[in-house]
Design a binder for this molecule. Structure first.
Ligand code: SF4
Length: 688
């Protein structure tokens, strides 16, 4: 090889964007990122990637990276050395704990950070500070899906692998813009459709690409998925088409559940959802005609006031048709961030230790208290939503946010940033000076995935290793090191020299990860939890029943009432989600020149009928106003949306953030904001 080639390093890594968890070799030369090269053995993606995984790496070498710790000095920040910054953090945390108690502090972990970093963050909160006030961004997205699955089948994860979705005879997607939000998985479904005629039924408000490709596409009225799901389930039972053998052997509560469905007649469902009786019957008949059904869903289901119940309705339907416990079947909540699954798995939750063991369970808590030599409160802590509320009420005074632009991504920006202003002490750990960081007292510079070791867990519960390709920029440090430094300044002696030792500790304490080790995850090897002590893993989650005492799943009865609607003043509904090119608010993808030139700004999709009615031309500037605030942007007229539905991408580049419009309403079971339930009025500012 020539000298030039010799200097090129190839390092295995895991994509830092979505929950599909694509893996590839990244080619670097000095600090230059030359390209990514997926490998045949990449478990989730083979040789595929999408635009973000391929070209979304400019942020790593961005000039805007934070390279030194910063401390607030009046209206600006001054650079300081690590010792000064961390001593200050420890001093202020100690004072606030002493004055107001441990529960006056709150911690928010990042689904962009590694499993090991989630583990040490919750350990910092619980062992060092003594509070369970720890949460992560699954509160903004996937907590309702997890809840629906816990209630019915016992584990909060995908039932099988991406391969199982590929093998299903029929795939239903609900509230998922799969092509843009989970691109490689979307391609997998399209391939199965082509290869062997997999049936694809898509339910969404917006006719996105998956909707156009679907065998059947349905547009139920916003927030009514629970109704059509329950009506289809009822019809199947009424016709005696349920899977008797499966139910008798593996499912509890059939009679009571059947009783609870009385209300969900076809007439009722037609009236509420807008899907006709005839169509509902066709959907039911198609479902029972196949042997293997997989249902995928995302934020269009979860970010509603009935998000948990709707997720539960999906699982109920799968149970009565026997679509669990076999390859090609099951429930697939599609995880958004690269490590949103792992961040919850490894204990950054107010009610769970790592591996979803209850904080309130005395035996479990005792195990951690023994290991950590400390007392841990038995009461679950506050979730993100409750923490913001507690700041407003004055009972939470210090917040430590790791890798999350909370002030942009939490619902109701005006309310959340007003809370930040009431904090006595605010620590932000991030790569960039985000909008949220502007409210901080201390900003700690962290590193991106390419500059550290660790593991991420993708949507199919697959734990994968990332290796270090580059050295940290400036004085920035990996999150796990910063958190360890803080713990040690509090007088602890955490002695991790490598994240593998953090994983070893987690594996020794959490039965779900008993057999996980870095050796077993070397290179492109991966493990899908639960992982037994002997290292065998669980690609298909349910093989011998469900994780309840009697090994039987539970049908869960549901009610429905309309929780939200537009009204005379706010007469339009705003739906929102991702675009292919950008990731969420865009803090990372906007640093990529290529991506930004393809998709510079967010826009407001307006239906042709509404545009006609209001005299709005393509490119007009419009203002949206809700009860919470206002946002201004450019109208894009498209028949992807219909009637009085508007659509707003999440990426805003500082001008058009959807969360100026969202409010404080939440899913009743998980406190996940109902981001998809916004009523607005629209005014034209500048006609084109
Ligand atoms: Fe990354 Fe998701 Fe794209 Fe794969 S599909 S490259 S994980 S953003």
């Amino acid at each position: 090889a020539s000298m030039r080639e010799e200097r090129i390093e190839k390092t295995k890594t895991v994509c830092t964007y979505c929950g599909v968890g694509c893996t590839f070799d990244v080619w670097t030369k000095d600090r230059k990122i030359l390209k990514v090269e997926p490998q045949q053995e990449s478990p989730a993606n083979g040789i595929s990637t999408c635009i973000k995984g391929k070209f979304g790496w400019d942020y790593v070498n961005s000039d805007e990276r934070l390279t030194k710790p910063l401390i607030r000095d009046g209206e600006s920040f001054v650079e300081v050395e690590w010792d000064e910054a961390l001593d200050y953090v420890v001093k202020r945390f100690s004072e606030i704990k002493k004055g107001n108690g441990a529960d006056a502090l709150g911690f928010i972990s990042s689904s962009k950070a590694t499993n090991e970093e989630s583990y040490v963050m919750q350990k910092l909160a619980r062992q060092v500070i003594g509070t369970n006030n720890i949460d992560n961004c699954s509160r903004y997205c996937q907590a309702p899906a997890t809840k629906g699955l816990f209630r019915t089948v016992g584990h909060g994860g995908d039932s099988g692998s991406i391969d199982d979705i590929g093998e299903a005879e029929m795939v239903i997607t609900i509230g998922s813009n799969t092509t843009e939000s989970h691109p490689v998985l979307g391609s997998r479904i399209k391939r199965s459709q082509k290869l062997f005629g997999q049936k694809l039924y898509v339910f969404d408000l917006r006719k996105h690409e998956m909707g156009q490709r679907a065998d059947r596409f349905f547009q139920p009225k916003s927030g009514t998925d629970l109704v059509w799901l329950s009506a289809v389930t009822k019809y199947i039972i009424d016709q005696g088409l349920e899977n008797r053998t499966f139910i008798d052997k593996w499912v509890n509560g059939f009679e009571e559940y059947k009783e609870s469905l009385q209300k969900f007649t076809l007439e009722y469902a037609e009236q509420l959802t807008g899907i006709s009786k005839k169509e509902l019957i066709e959907i039911a008949e198609q479902i029972v005609s196949v042997d293997k059904l997989a249902i995928c869903w995302a934020m269009g289901v979860t970010q509603h006031q009935l998000g948990s119940d709707t997720s539960t309705a999906i699982s109920n339907l799968l149970l009565i048709t026997g679509n669990y416990m076999r390859n090609g079947t099951g429930a697939y909540p599609l995880r958004g961030h690269n490590n949103v699954q792992g961040c919850s798995d490894f204990g950054s939750m107010p009610n769970f230790f790592p591996g979803y063991e209850q904080v309130a369970d005395n035996d479990v808590r005792g195990r951690y208290e023994d290991a950590w030599g400390t007392e841990i409160p038995s009461e679950p802590g506050k979730d993100n939503h409750e923490m913001i509320k507690a700041i407003h009420e004055g009972s939470l005074n210090a917040l430590y946010v790791l890798g999350e632009d909370t002030g942009i991504v939490d619902a109701n920006i005006n309310y959340v940033t007003a809370a930040f202003e009431k904090l006595d002490f605010f620590v932000i750990q991030d790569l960039f000076l985000t909008k949220t960081a502007e409210y901080a007292d201390v900003i700690l510079p962290a590193v991106p995935s390419l500059e550290k070791e660790g593991t991420f867990t993708n949507t199919e519960r697959r734990i994968q290793r990332l290796y270090k390709a580059l050295d940290p920029v400036g004085d920035s440090r990996p999150d796990w090191q910063i958190i360890m430094d803080i713990a040690n300044k509090f007088g602890y002696d955490w002695g991790y020299s490598n994240p593998s030792e953090i994983m070893d500790e987690a594996a020794s304490l959490a039965p779900l990860f008993a057999g996980v080790s870095y050796d077993r995850l070397a290179d492109y090897n991966s493990l899908q939890w639960p992982v037994n002590a002997d290292g065998t893993d669980t690609p298909l989650l349910y093989t011998d029943g469900f994780p309840f005492d009697d090994h039987k799943a539970r049908l869960y009865s549901l009610e429905y009432e309309l929780k939200y609607d537009t009204n005379e003043k706010y007469d339009l509904h705003v739906n929102n989600g991702r675009v292919l090119e950008h990731f969420h608010e865009g803090n990372m993808t906007y640093k990529s020149i290529g991506i930004t030139s393809k998709m510079p700004n967010a826009f407001i999709e307006v239906s042709p009928e509404l545009a006609e009615e209001r005299g709005i031309k393509e490119g007009a500037e419009v203002k949206l106003t809700s009860e919470s605030g206002e946002a201004t942007g450019i109208a894009h007229i498209t028949d992807r949306v219909r009637g009085k539905e508007l659509y707003l991408p999440l990426n805003d580049n500082g001008k058009l953030a959807v969360n100026y419009l969202t409010d404080n309403n939440v899913d009743k079971d998980t406190n996940t904001p109902s981001y998809k339930e916004i009523a607005v009025k629209m005014d034209v500012i500048k006609k084109k």
